[in-house]
Design a protein around this ligand. Sequence first.
Ligand code: ADP
Ligand code: MG
Length: 146
Amino acid sequence: MSAAPRETYAPEETERLGAELAGELRPGDVVLIGGELGAGKTTFVRGASRALGVRAPVSSPTFTIGQRYPAPTPIAHVDLYRVADLAGEDPDLLAEYLGPETIAFVEWPRGFEAQLQAFARISHRVLLEHAGGDRRRVVIERLAAG
Ligand code: ADP
Ligand code: MG
């Protein structure tokens, strides 16, 4: 998938972009998803997760940093919004979610890429931006296979 910006006009379209990306993912991949609050990160993850066979409703993790969903390849959805500093957290925290058997989506990755990389391969970087009303600009960058 190219890094050319795409535009969506409704949540369903952002879900569809997530589903498109899902077709490129394999076990061990980690997809970083950046963008402001309400930009559609969780919406994108929902579309991707459904396409990967998740049947449970996909929403923002609330009391934990992440959520795991059973699927042919297990899916993890991590949200680091409230994590100020991963270094101060239990080192096993990420290990619960990231690994070679799992496809993981990480919202608010900010400065945590190096720590994430210790657990699994970052395969794509997605950026969502508000573009007025229900419009969103979506950039999906595929990183070199590692
Ligand atoms: P984030 O995880 O980035 O905080 P969410 O996906 O939880 O964002 O929420 C995005 C909100 O914006 C939802 O209420 C969704 O219905 C709404 N929305 C409106 N238009 C779009 C669009 N084009 N793409 C994604 N979400 C949209
Ligand atoms: Mg979210």
